[in-house]
Design a protein around this ligand. Structure first.
Ligand code: GUN
Length: 302
């Protein structure tokens, strides 16, 4: 059997189209557009590339976008003042501080300074708490886990009642996706197990999974024989395992490998995300959705 490919790029395009239609309608009816600011400290190449993509996507959707780049040596106090400025700016509905931050800046202090009602990353403790409580409390889901839920729902895999096994317990992916899928809500209602580095028998848990979500950051961690035949496999791993020359651009690019042995796993799974082109494209898409939702909350139309 060969698994159905869950194509993040196609699902991304579908959602962006829906968002654009909504943005145009709100602009027409209310005369406002969503506003997103990205704050980038320093020039880490991966961060520059992420922020550039976020700003381009926002622009394509017709958002007001502000790319606020700051020098590597900005003081913590100045960064906190900058965040405060955007907290008070009514034309800005989403504030994203690109991580990682330089070592002299306390990341926790910075993330906590973002107004929870503009926290489109969903990293503020208030939004983490809202997700734990669930229901109408939830405002902003963190982007990668929200994207994973959309991939599963839109590819027609039944989540309700399913055995979901999450491998990895990070604050950015593992913990929030577990919380999202166990909510008493459509697109959730799963029975969720979270496995991690101290789990005694990882293979045993993976083999039980109707939906297996792997976010461990270890290339090829999940072996094909650990996959239940017909399962839905979501591979969140993006591991750089080497470099190659791009056929398209002639430039050096990273060779990426997921946490699952894709070539063998696809012969056993029912559906599977590729790396790249699976979960990756969904993160920015969900950032755009959160920013639009932030405006909708403000207008009282969410
Ligand atoms: N750095 C890598 N991924 C992310 C993300 O999703 N949000 C932020 N703020 N920084 C990141």
């Amino acid at each position: 059997m060969t698994a159905r490919l869950i194509k993040g790029t196609e699902i991304r395009d579908e959602i962006l189209k829906e968002l654009k239609a909504e943005v145009d309608k709100i602009k027409q009816e209310h005369g406002v557009v969503p506003g997103l600011v990205t704050i980038l400290v320093g020039e880490n190449p991966a961060s520059v590339s992420y922020v550039t993509s976020k700003i381009k996507t926002a622009k394509d959707l017709g958002y007001k976008e502000v790319q606020d780049n700051q020098p590597e040596d900005i003081s913590e106090g100045d960064l906190l003042s900058l965040i405060d400025k955007y907290n008070k700016d009514d034309s800005i509905h989403g504030i994203l501080v690109q991580l990682p931050l330089p070592k002299h800046i306390d990341e926790k202090k910075v993330l906590n300074a973002v107004d929870p009602d503009k926290d489109v990353d969903g990293f503020h403790p208030v939004n983490v708490g809202r997700l734990m409580i669930g229901g109408s409390e939830v405002k902003f889901l963190p982007c990668t886990p929200a994207g994973i839920q959309e991939l599963i729902v839109r590819s027609g895999v039944e989540i309700e009642g399913a055995e979901v096994v999450v491998v990895g317990r990070s604050n950015i992916v593992g913990k929030p996706i577990a919380n999202i899928l166990l909510q008493k809500a459509p697109g959730a209602n799963a029975t969720v197990t979270v496995a991690h580095t101290r789990t005694k028998d990882l293979a045993y848990h993976c083999k039980r999974a109707d939906i297996l979500i792997v976010a461990a950051g270890v290339p090829g961690l999940v072996k094909p024989e650990w996959i239940k035949p017909g399962a839905c496999v979501i591979d969140v791993g993006v591991n750089r395992v080497g470099e190659k020359i791009s056929e398209k651009t002639g430039k050096k690019i990273a060779i990426l490998k997921g946490d699952v042995d894709f070539d063998e796993a696809k012969e056993i799974a029912g559906s599977i995300t590729p790396v790249p082109g699976g979960v990756g494209p969904m993160t920015i898409t969900m950032l755009m959705r959160n920013t639009l939702n932030s405006l909708k909350y403000r207008l009282g139309i969410a």
